[in-house]
Ligand binder design. Structure first.
Ligand code: SF4
Length: 253
């Protein structure tokens, strides 16, 4: 047996998808539009439940799909730059790609989704609000007039493209950013009011074995509403034996 021996292949492969998570130093563009309470708790580095193995595999697939899209943009000779880190005051992120296929430069954000969900989408179904906010946030920072949101079906690479005018959404996205900064400055726990209650099923501060998304979301939200302070969250997570994330190590040049 070597140091890297496993009793089965499953454990070895699962381990390969694990990655270290570090304390958040900024708010993330990818969280724009989501629940204020959840974003403040994340930034305060309250311990979180780790993502389960399936979630990690889904993220890995998302990264692979993003690379496929970037490669396609390279082949089409319209990629300006890919995976651009963005730092804007209290906010940080990394936009997927910028293209030069039009008179103006445009940001492209890919969202890979389960093929079942993708093919269930209605022709005129709008994109999720937090995805709109994320890509508009990048577009604002990059000075784009238009941004593109690309929904990609994970196992057959079908895609649906939304072309969004930045001006149309600018005001509501800026309002979201300002409100978040207000809560942060005041150090108060925002109310438990998500814009979409189903998102509570994926909240990193709650865990339940309930299978259906709707029921799980309702259970999490109910528990969340009963917690009235940051301290109450801290105590709950401590009781679960969970620890705050470590600070990101300094990178040497
Ligand atoms: S359970 Fe819902 S309301 Fe509570 S912090 Fe999480 S996302 Fe927000």
């Amino acid at each position: 047996m070597t140091e890297n021996s496993y009793t089965n292949l499953y454990d070895a492969i699962e381990l390969a998808y694990r990655r270290e998570s570090y304390a958040q130093e900024h708010f993330y563009f990818s969280d724009l539009g989501k629940c204020f309470r959840m974003r403040i708790l994340k930034r305060l580095n309250i311990p979180q439940y780790p993502m389960d193995n399936r979630g990690l595999r889904v993220c890995t697939m998302g990264n692979q799909i993003e690379k496929l899209v970037i490669n396609a943009l390279v082949k089409a000779k319209i990629l300006r730059k890919a995976q651009i880190p963005i730092y804007f005051g209290e906010f940080s992120g990394r936009l997927d790609a910028e293209v030069i296929a039009y008179e103006d430069t445009r940001t492209i954000e890919c969202k890979s989704i389960h093929s079942g969900g993708f093919h269930y989408m209605l022709e005129d179904e709008p994109p999720h609000r937090h995805y709109i906010y994320q890509v508009i946030g990048y577009g604002l920072f990059r000075g784009n007039k238009f941004v593109h949101l690309l929904y990609v079906s994970r196992d057959d690479l079908c895609y649906k493209e939304y072309i969004l005018p930045v001006e149309k959404y600018k005001q509501e996205v800026v309002k979201d950013m300002l409100k978040l900064k207000h809560y942060w400055r005041k150090k108060v726990l925002p109310p438990a009011i998500p814009y979409d209650e189903n998102l509570c099923a994926y909240c990193p501060f709650f865990h339940s074995e309930i299978k259906t998304t709707k029921n799980k979301a309702q259970a999490n939200l109910k528990e969340c509403k009963a917690l009235k302070s940051v301290k109450a969250f801290k105590d709950k997570m401590k009781k679960e034996g969970l620890e705050s994330a470590k600070p990101k190590p300094e990178t040497k040049n």
